[in-house]
Design a protein. Sequence first.
Length: 115
Amino acid sequence: MGTVLSKSVLFDDGFGIYSILTPEEAASANVKPSDLGGIVEQLRLTDGVEIAVFIYPSEGAKKISLRSKKLIDVSRLAARNGGGGHVRAAGYSSFKGYEEILQDIFDYIKESKGK
């Protein structure tokens, strides 16, 4: 958890926060996806943050965990990427690169805030 939290990045003037755990970092720390529960919740606790994103390796893909507080429906973002969940907690898997995943998330937030 310390590695993930120390690598977290605020974006959109603090509206959101994300962190990425690479396969190499996961292997080095000897962690499995099942060991990573609760990290995205810790990210969401950051003062002033509306949306938290945690990307980590899972079964050869990247797992994207999403949490929001009040304004962003993360279930819609997950659903448009083949995932699921609830308005405030959702997720999906992707084989895309980190930058492409993050850009899709940033675009969705921009669209959502424009409504």
